[in-house]
Design a protein around this ligand. Sequence first.
Ligand SMILES: Nc1nc2c(c(=O)[nH]1)N[C@H]1C(S)=C(S)[C@@H](COP(=O)(O)O)O[C@H]1N2
Ligand SMILES: [Mo]
Length: 516
Amino acid sequence: MVGTDRLVGCALMADRASTAASGVIAAGAGLAAAELAAGIVPNGRSPVVAVGDFLIHHIPGPMERWAIRTFGHNDKAALIVGTLLALALLGALAANLQRARPSAAATLVVVIAAAGTLAALAEQDAGPLDILPPAAGALAAVTVLTWLRRLDDGEPVGPLRPEASSRRTFLLAGTAAAAVSAAAVAAGRALQLRVDAAASRAKVVLPKAAKPLPAIPAGADFRMPGLTSFVTPNRSFYRIDTALVIPQVEAESWELRIHGRTKRELVLTYDDLLQRPMVEADITIACVSNEVGDHLIGNARWLGVRLADLLNEVEPDAGADQLIGRSVDGFTTGAPLRSIFDGRDALVVVGMNGEPLPVRHGFPARVVIAGLYGYVSATKWVKELEVSRFADYDAYWIQRAWALPGPIKLESRIDVPGGDVKAGPVPVAGVAWAQGRGIAGVEVQVDDGPWQQAELAEQVGLDTWRQWRWTWQARPGDHELRVRATAGDGELQPEQRTPPFPAGATGWHTRYVTAS
Ligand SMILES: Nc1nc2c(c(=O)[nH]1)N[C@H]1C(S)=C(S)[C@@H](COP(=O)(O)O)O[C@H]1N2
Ligand SMILES: [Mo]
């Protein structure tokens, strides 16, 4: 009898597995139908991306920081993979429920479709058509599941007559459904990417600045191997944003609306913007999440229009104190209105290092305000500037408890040596920054020795970082290198270590090096 039991067990397990497989395939078909519909509907959005965006925008701050710490630059890929795995699991569950409790299975499918619909409707500029992709997905999933279950049970389905070899027919049908789904996903994604910002960007001819800046002086860059270059090339510039899929905005249809607590309103097209007086500015921008010694910072020559000129035209009310930047993707920043008028460079940027703004850095236009972290100022893919009050509105990261007003902290970093060294003379070098004040000095300490003055590269502007270098006579053994900077106004970089949350990291960067 044991043999029969085992046979029945095996059959049961094979049955469960094929049921689960039907569920996963049906979920895939649902996904494919949704992606295809999102590609066909005008401005359609993938429900998977919508769910991912929704999660990014609504998970609690501490969880978001955990995800960024854990997955780093792969956080968004992890989110997509996680969403797809969850969908597959729910599909398998629905299929297994279907036989015993069809109503529970139906409820599950409805709940999944409803989640996709709600997420799509929560997106910026959502419309009634956004209901179609999740609806198409649910319909396709149910149809494919029903079809596969009937085939697996040996029932004749349409022209397919399973009879003797029902399992083989089931396998064939399942594989075919999966293949069609994969093709539909590919087609849907391609259709959704019809709006091609890269093509629009390729057509842009940037105007010259009214008063072009002189070329970066040779003395600003020691050109030392391993040392961060003074100008960060666009292709290696750090990227931070909440966008799951990089927003594709065509310059031809883009508009910037400037309004709020103002005497009048201004709406500018991309061409309007390019016709205004352009200024160039060398500005080092940084992310508040940058850990001491890390690389979420970069320096570029930006080309753009002065925010002060634009705002003077609309005439902010006396009581206004905040400038809100809104992106096409719903992200917002809120900068002190004061920072626009206090003489620093505060720009609506169209050019970066001599090129039109790259798509991932905010094409067609973004904001850059010298001296402020990106989360309060540097709105990419900006479409709206609203003059407001801090009392009336909290921007994206302020809602998540990050601090106001967001000035960049005085910091310095050791880039060289990158690893262990040979005893003897060893070059030590890095960068230091104190936007708005410039760097007056950098000192290096080895173990408990005295602080030593480093040589400084030429200071290009008060808003750019400054390279430094020093030669270390390294003795064999394990050593600790430490750096600290002094800002142009005399402030010594604080030693106390604070984490990035909520106002930016502080502390002296330390590097452990073995000399042999
Ligand atoms: N639309 C949009 N703009 C954004 C963000 C974002 O998430 N979405 N992140 C901000 C943050 S936190 C930083 S540090 C800078 C980074 O600019 P970069 O990606 O060009 O380096 O962009 C800012 N602008
Ligand atoms: Mo940031």
